[in-house]
Design a protein around this ligand. Structure first.
Ligand code: ATP
Length: 428
């Protein structure tokens, strides 16, 4: 874990939020490679769960929502974690994650009674500050409050899904373990609206699709395990929950969740808002409130498990090397182009020409002429660049193309310049 955290900082993937002011606990910022990786994961997720599927539609709803939404959804009363506080140093702990519930692990002081701590972030709105809104604790409510708008404008038949990727905020008692438990994070999630009698079929269908996603994005699936969540541990709205857990270096913990939320939320919002949120089945001539299956995937936990799965060390040319074996589809840089030597203008010129050609095609392409070629390969390995293209003397003198090096094996092959784009395209 320390090695991954340190690589993330050293190579500009992840920084502590507001670090120059000492950092804000539970927040992390992505640097250039982290932002690119984050973006690629979102794009791939969207492709996997929206554009490649039938009847899946994206929305993008506000992160600020009024108190009424959270009252109706049950979050104001039920979105809590058990908390205990030290009577001496006033440090707070998650009661369900604290082994000794009597003695403070920080100062040895006595711990107080267990209390329910609400994780919603209230925000006072307007100049008087009297109106209370909340930063959303989950993005699902955006799909529920827009259900009727989408149904009326798109004239959809069941089943269909409303999807979004966006920020959620939780006032976690004890943020920890890097990107695992934070106070602000992106969720990638959808509500799949169905007829109630079909819930088991679609639960299984999306479970299978989540496994395919795990493999596609490059999470080591041998470290992922399904957990059937017992009734007493399920969220207030769920009739069945399966968690996907991952073997993190700090223990087996939740990665994703899949829940059968019934029609709890739409029913609650219909009764609290007075707006009819039912669906009319034209064939059966009946009206009912659809049920939902909800696959919920944390983006930060995806980043973390992708990084942990991709981190590798091996020995190459007698040296230990570190590399990130990202799937090429999500690698922050798809390809790097090098002139073999910096002080040979003909090599540099040709390399820049190839760099421009590849950049136009793939966008995230790097150019590097700094230091010896071995070091340049190592730098790209460390950030997970799948291919490095080198322009050498043969390229110029014999017109035999360039070498292309594979990150994982270190093997190089010679390939003509005209084939470069299709070669890389076929692998990403
Ligand atoms: P946990 O038990 O770990 O607190 P949860 O059961 O409260 O998680 P859900 O409400 O199911 O989590 O949230 C959906 C997903 O959001 C989780 O599967 C996880 O990927 C992600 N997630 C939840 N809380 C956090 C957090 N504090 N930081 C980062 N990701 C989170």
């Amino acid at each position: 874990m320390e090695k991954v955290v340190s690589l993330c900082k050293r190579r500009g993937f992840v920084f502590q939020g507001s670090e120059i002011y000492g950092g804000l606990s539970g927040t992390w910022d992505y640097g250039p490679y982290g932002a690119e990786l984050a973006h690629n994961i979102k794009e791939l997720w969207w492709k996997h769960f929206v554009t490649e599927q039938e009847n899946m539609f994206g929305i993008s709803s506000s992160t600020l929502m009024p108190e009424a939404v959270w009252k109706a959804s049950g979050h104001l009363s039920g979105f809590t974690d058990p908390m205990i506080e030290c009577k001496k140093c006033h440090h707070r702990f998650r009661a369900d994650q604290t082994e000794d519930k009597k003695k403070c692990s920080d100062c040895g002081g006595e711990l107080g009674e267990e209390k329910a701590f609400n994780m919603m972030f209230p925000v006072s709105m307007g100049s008087s500050g009297e109106d209370v809104a909340y930063l959303r604790g989950e993005i699902a409510q955006g799909m529920f409050v827009n259900f009727k708008n989408v149904l009326d404008t798109m004239h959809l038949d069941l089943p269909f899904g409303l999807t979004q990727i966006g920020k959620a905020y939780r006032n976690e008692i004890a943020p920890r373990d890097f990107l695992f438990r934070v106070r602000e994070f992106d969720l990638m999630e959808f509500e799949y609206f169905i007829r109630p009698e079909e819930w088991e079929k679609y639960f299984e269908m999306w479970k299978g699709e989540m496994w395919r996603w795990i493999e596609r994005v490059g999470i080591n699936k041998d470290l992922v395990h399904e957990l059937e969540v017992p009734a007493e541990d399920r969220a207030h709205y769920s009739k069945r929950t399966v968690d996907f857990e991952f073997d993190y270096p700090f223990g087996r913990k939740e990665l994703y969740g899949l829940a059968y939320r019934t029609n709890y939320d739409l029913k609650q919002h219909a009764s609290a808002s007075g707006v009819d949120l039912s669906y009319f089945d034209e064939d059966k001539k009946e009206k009912f409130i659809p049920h939902v299956i909800e696959p919920s995937m944390g983006h930060g936990r995806t980043m973390l498990t992708v990084l942990l799965s991709a981190y590798k060390e091996d020995e190459m040319n007698g040296e230990v090397r570190t590399y990130l074996a990202f799937k090429p589809s999500i690698a922050p840089i798809k390809c790097a182009v090098f002139p073999l030597l910096k002080n040979k203008p003909e090599l540099v010129e040709k390399a820049r020409e190839i760099y421009k050609m590849l950049k136009k095609e793939f966008g995230s392409v790097a150019f590097d002429d700094n230091g010896n070629i071995g070091k340049r390969y190592r730098r790209q390995d460390e950030i997970g660049t799948p291919f490095c293209v080198t322009v050498d003397f043969e390229t110029i003198e014999k017109n035999t193309g360039v070498t292309i090096r594979d990150r994982d094996t270190g093997k190089q092959e010679r390939i003509s310049i005209s084939e470069l784009i299709s070669y890389i395209r076929s692998k990403i």
